[in-house]
Design a protein around this ligand. Sequence first.
Ligand code: IDP
Length: 154
Amino acid sequence: MTGSYANLRRTFVAVKPDGVQRRLVGELVGRFERKGLTLVGMKLASEELLREHYVALRHQPFYSQLVKYMSSGPVVAMVWQGLDAVKTVRAMIGETNPADSRPGTIRGDFCTDISKNVIHGSDSVESAQQEISLWFRPEELICWEDTAEHWIYG
Ligand code: IDP
């Protein structure tokens, strides 16, 4: 059973407003599904949580630009579960700057500008836990029987 793995993790992912506007939600969800990760929460969300979400960056020169960008439309907030899901999703997303992101990664394939980089993924297990509890109430996260798990896990 997947639940017996010590490194079974949950991570927070958000498709940013540019990703939603550019109709990339299906493509991005599809990548995580095809990887074998399990979707345990998903919703369209608006701007209220964004300042808190990015509070650690509040002294950065780009902070107000970042909040304006993230508030410019809905985001699709998600929680994905899987083996080392935090690390796996970050590898699939690529680097913060799309120019440093290899083809095949999300930012390597779908964007060019650091200020419009399509997607967010938690950068550590600790920040994943904080971000999941910021964006989702416990009852919004669904544990369901994954009938494909025998084909995904050893
Ligand atoms: P991450 O999203 O790859 O974890 P962070 O350093 O946490 O990167 O930055 C959060 C977000 O802030 C980035 O995804 C990007 O949208 C924005 N950002 C980071 N650096 C810059 C910058 O130099 N100019 C404009 N926006 C930036």
